[in-house]
Design a protein around this ligand. Structure first.
Ligand SMILES: Cc1ncc(COP(=O)(O)O)c(C=O)c1O
Length: 371
């Protein structure tokens, strides 16, 4: 199969079948669903970390003319999108890390989210050149990034020459994925007190807040995970509406019979209780499949679940396929995606779907599929 999707492998015409299919229709469906939950807001799609592993350029192209703006974490990510011809509004969530980035941001028409006065000074020092558009990040309780509400109120006055009416006040919720947690209400109250006196646009909601906390819907919502089809709240209703946007799959590259009592893989981590059939699959932790997945973690082969048997190694993993009839070398195996939710695999690895998605390595070709 020719691998045109990954330029670094363009001279190779035949390879293993390991791939991440990116489902364009699922991405559009998920965006429209989340956007529809907040009819008074605009929804920007967060495509930092290469769109959570889906390919930032892929996602910006799929959502061209559908999503009104995108957000990235750092300036370099925004510049790469511009170089790929993405001309949509781009918000840089961490703002400039170096003074030079302010000029780049202005030249590339980026919106900078600033969180401290040094960044504001850098931007002011650019004048009399036209400064980039600035949004202001407020720390309302997450205690990761942002000005205190008191400092922000002072900055709005002190830097009023560069904080124009385009400025949007932004905050980030620490616990929006937990619908019982009162911290979200407290953060919202703190934020609203400042916002009421500022008279500017506001941006609060991420995916869980968009799904579960309508009071957080602002001028702009910032949605990432939900667009990629994973439900941060773990509610059956949402899982029915959000369609997986990535299917990670690989093929069976070897089959072997083992006897009862035989061990499989590093450290003899799995031992056969009965005579068994083991499939070796061409994907490992160097591709982003978590090494922490224990024996029993499901994969899908021939439409059926089969359990991992043995430690995940760098380029391969092993599965007990004793109960799968007719299995052959070359059969495709789904590690997560349309038939197996990524949240379930993440739980087996004792992590979250955000981490699994973002760790799919550059070695895995991303193939965009339109149904
Ligand atoms: C500041 C900020 N806003 C929005 C998002 C998007 O969050 P989610 O993927 O939960 O929608 C993130 C992601 O981590 C973020 O850091």
């Amino acid at each position: 199969m020719p691998l045109t999707a990954n330029p670094s492998f363009s001279t190779i015409t035949l390879s293993r079948q390991t791939q991440a299919i990116i489902h364009a229709d699922a991405i559009i469906n998920n965006f429209e669903y989340l956007n529809g939950l907040a009819p008074e807001s605009q929804s920007m799609v967060v495509i930092k970390a290469d769109a959570y592993g889906h390919g930032a350029v892929n996602i910006a192209q799929i959502l061209k003319g559908i999503a009104p703006a995108f957000a990235v974490a750092i300036t370099e990510e925004a510049i790469k999108l511009r170089q790929a011809g993405i001309d949509a509004p781009l918000v840089v969530l961490e703002g400039p890390h170096q003074q030079e980035e302010c000029v780049q941001a202005r030249d590339e028409n980026l919106i900078l989210v600033v969180h401290d006065s040094q960044q504001l000074d850098w931007i002011r020092n650019m004048t009399p050149e036209r400064p980039p558009v600035i949004w202001l990040k407020i720390d309302t309780g997450m205690h990761r990034l942002g000005m205190t509400p008191a400092d922000a109120a002072r900055a709005l006055h002190q830097y009023r020459d560069i904080l124009t009416t385009d400025c949007v006040l932004l905050t980030h919720m620490a616990c929006a994925d937990d619908l019982e947690n009162t911290a979200t209400r407290q953060q919202l109250e703190t934020f609203n007190t400042l916002a009421a006196s500022a008279g500017l646009g506001v941006s609060i909601a991420n995916s869980p807040a968009t799904l579960g906390w309508p009071d957080t819907h602002g001028t702009w919502n910032r949605i990432g995970l939900g667009v990629f089809g994973s439900d941060p709240i773990h509610a059956a209703d949402y899982q029915a509406r959000l369609q997986p946007a990535m299917t990670l799959s690989a093929s069976v590259i070897a089959l072997r019979e083992v006897k009862a009592g035989d061990a499989v893989g590093y450290g003899e981590y799995w031992r056969a209780r009965q005579d068994s059939l083991i499939a070796t699959v061409g994907v490992g932790y160097a591709d982003g499949y978590p090494r922490h997945c224990p024996n029993g973690t499901p994969v899908i082969i021939r439409g059926q679940r089969a359990p991992l048997a043995g430690r995940v190694s760098m380029d391969m993993l092993t599965v007990d396929v004793t109960d799968i009839a007719g299995i052959q070398v070359g059969d495709m195996v789904e590690l997560w995606g349309e038939q197996l939710r990524i949240e379930e695999v993440a739980a087996c690895a004792n992590t979250i779907s955000y981490e699994l998605m973002t760790r799919v390595s550059p070695r895995v070709p991303r193939i965009v599929r339109h149904r």
